[in-house]
Write a protein that binds this ligand. Structure first.
Ligand code: SF4
Length: 216
């Protein structure tokens, strides 16, 4: 079963000390959602709230993502969310391309090999650079389909943290762009799995599922 394989991988991940990012984090943050999901959303790295709770995209960015998913008729328990980099970079800085590749080849690749998603949504530049190419720019490439080097169908959209930094008309326009990208991803899955249930009857309260972690 995929969920058992992911659970084994999660236990291994918690013991990873392969790079210096581990020293600034409480612990690695894995993934959340349905192991059998045909769609995977990949962000960049945990922030402070994610590190505190051990859940990807649970902080302000994650809450905005949940609203966008709900608008596109999806809930977090029916999809799977994860990050390129599993340990929070100090000061919440953006991980480098090298840090992304180093962590993702160790962990994300193994997750995807188990999950075998039909569609991947790259949330922001870090995921786009790893799955596509470091030369790609999110402003030009979002909304366009590409194949990852592993052969997965991918579409990129803005990371919710980018939306939070915008205001006024720019923010409204970017939110609509994300909505259309999420719809496109959902529709692509439905081409091959027309009866997949993307949505529970209520949005998921992640804070009810995760407790604060502490440094050992
Ligand atoms: S960032 Fe990734 S490779 Fe580095 S210690 Fe954390 S889990 Fe391991």
């Amino acid at each position: 079963m995929k969920s058992n394989e992911l659970q084994t991988l999660a236990t291994q991940l918690l013991n990873c000390t392969a790079c210096p990012l581990r020293q600034g984090a409480i612990a690695p943050v894995g993934w959340f959602g349905n192991a059998d999901s045909p769609i995977v959303f990949i962000g960049e790295s945990p922030g402070g709230v994610e590190d505190n709770y051990g859940c990807p995209l649970i902080g302000p960015s994650g809450q905005l993502l949940d609203k966008a998913l709900w608008a596109a008729k999806m809930t977090r328990d029916r999809v799977l969310t994860t990050n390129i980099v599993k340990c929070r970079p100090k000061g919440n800085r953006t991980p480098t391309i090298e840090e992304g590749a180093s962590c993702a080849t160790r962990w994300l690749e193994k997750e995807l090999a188990i999950i075998q998603p039909k569609v991947i949504v790259a949330l922001g530049s870090v995921a786009l650079h790893y799955l596509g190419s470091p030369e790609l720019r999110i402003t030009r490439s979002r909304g366009q389909w590409f194949k990852s080097k592993q052969g997965f169908d991918c579409i990129a959209t803005y990371h919710p943290s980018y939306l939070l930094r915008l205001s006024g008309h720019s923010q409204v326009t970017a939110k609509w762009d994300v909505f259309h990208d999420l719809e496109a991803a959902r529709n692509k899955v439905l081409e091959s799995i027309p009866d997949y249930n993307f949505m529970s009857i209520e949005p998921i309260d992640l804070f009810a599922l995760f407790s604060k972690r502490t440094l050992n």
